[in-house]
Design a protein around this ligand. Structure first.
Ligand SMILES: *Cc1c(COP(=O)(O)O)cnc(C)c1O
Length: 375
């Protein structure tokens, strides 16, 4: 192949391909027969509830037709589930699709985008792709969200403030009071996007004070707010690609609708998602397992002397004394896939997703072995 850089828009030249990690086949070779524990992408390690799988199976029969471009049935279910109107809903081919749509809808060259750091890389990448500048708000003492700095940043007329709550990769979160401070401080001409990919884990058994879904404030909020959700994590539909956004702003809703491709949410995933929302309790056993196993992993990592951040997600973020990529390489030889973080200042940090108990134990014992070799 020949290479001709000038073909690309200059905004693309600083971007790197998404850090999706090795293929399962590559890992299987390196692991030489050991079982594989895939703990790198925050997927749900359990199969999706049967009712969802059955609904999708039925829908396949009519998949020779295009899906409903407005996703009316699903938008109605989402509206009922979230206590808002169907007109406030926008569907995405995963919520990553909506991140991309949002960037193309509102960002212009030279705009400022604020995010929490370390960040979900796509929150930054799509902004950069549009020529926007990203302002990062780092953690305090490596273990707390800098709420004061965030409040200050959103009060300026920046084009967009975007972050996940709970955050990925850290697992840290804003409490209800902190979220309210941010919402109150938001500049009226600035768009706020809160990515709630891990909402179900965070709100499971929550009292509403320690963690509050932003949708609880959507109805009475008078500045442009977009809340993103996904069926990829708690609902176990990562391979189906379905997510949604909820907004209080009809202009933003219209813009997102203009920019997306007309059939961006496929019919099979739409059908599965409707049933998922009709049976919210179907995922409770999974949430219970994940929360218990997250605690087990946390205790295990701390017993190895590692610094681990508190997390409300289905993952933990921890630091080690050697480069994360080296640890991750060695873990792969033990059949364990985790995510070495690659953003500046976090090269010694790894993110591990909560798997099933056996996978988590495999990870802890492999890591213990690697760390002892090093001492
Ligand atoms: C996993 C994740 C998503 C989900 O993306 P989908 O495209 O819905 O699979 C979105 N945002 C964050 C922060 C995530 O971690």
């Amino acid at each position: 192949m020949t290479s001709q850089k000038f073909i690309l828009r200059s905004e693309l030249t600083t971007l790197k391909p998404y850090n999706a990690g090795l293929s399962l086949q590559d890992v299987a070779e390196k692991a030489a027969g050991k079982p594989i524990a895939k703990l790198a992408s925050n997927e749900n390690p359990y199969q999706m509830p049967n009712v969802i799988a059955e609904a999708m199976h039925q829908e396949i029969a009519t998949a020779y037709r295009y899906p409903d471009p407005q996703g009316r049935a699903l938008a109605k279910s989402i509206a009922e589930f979230c206590g808002c109107d169907a007109e406030q809903v926008i569907l995405g081919n995963g919520s990553e699709d909506l991140l991309n749509i949002l960037a193309r809808t509102i960002l212009r060259s030279g705009d400022e985008v604020v995010t929490l750091y370390p960040s979900f890389p796509l929150h930054e990448d799509y902004a950069i792709m549009m020529g926007a500048h990203v302002t990062r708000i780092g953690l305090v003492d490596h273990n707390k969200i800098d709420v004061d700095a965030l409040v200050k940043a959103v009060s300026r007329p920046v084009r967009l403030t975007i972050f996940a709550n709970p955050m990925n990769p850290t697992g840290l979160w804003l409490t209800a009071d902190e979220l309210d401070r941010v919402l109150a401080a938001q500049h009226p001409q600035s768009v706020l996007c809160i990515d709630e990919a891990y909402l179900e884990f965070a709100s499971y058994q929550s009292d509403g004070q320690s963690y509050l879904p932003a949708t609880e404030r959507l109805k009475h909020h008078d500045k442009p707010l977009l809340v993103l959700r996904t069926f990829s994590k708690a609902y176990g539909l990562a391979g189906l690609r379905i997510g949604y956004g909820l907004t209080n702003n009809s202009t933003l809703r219209l813009g997102l609708d203009l920019v997306r491709t007309p059939f961006n949410a496929n019919s099979v995933a739409q059908a599965g998602a409707v049933v998922a929302l009709q049976n919210p309790a179907a995922i409770y056993p999974v949430l219970q397992q994940i929360v218990e196993q997250r605690q087990m992993l946390l205790t295990g990592l701390e017993a190895l002397g590692l610094f681990v951040l508190p997390s409300l997600g289905n993952f933990l973020f921890f630091s080690t004394s050697e480069p994360a990529t080296q640890i991750a390489e060695k873990l792969i030889c033990e059949g364990v896939i985790v995510k070495p973080w690659k953003q500046a200042g976090y090269e010694n940090w790894l993110r591990v997703s909560v798997g099933v108990e056996q996978e988590n134990r495999q990870f802890l014992s492999a890591l213990a072995g690697i760390l002892t070799q090093n001492t």
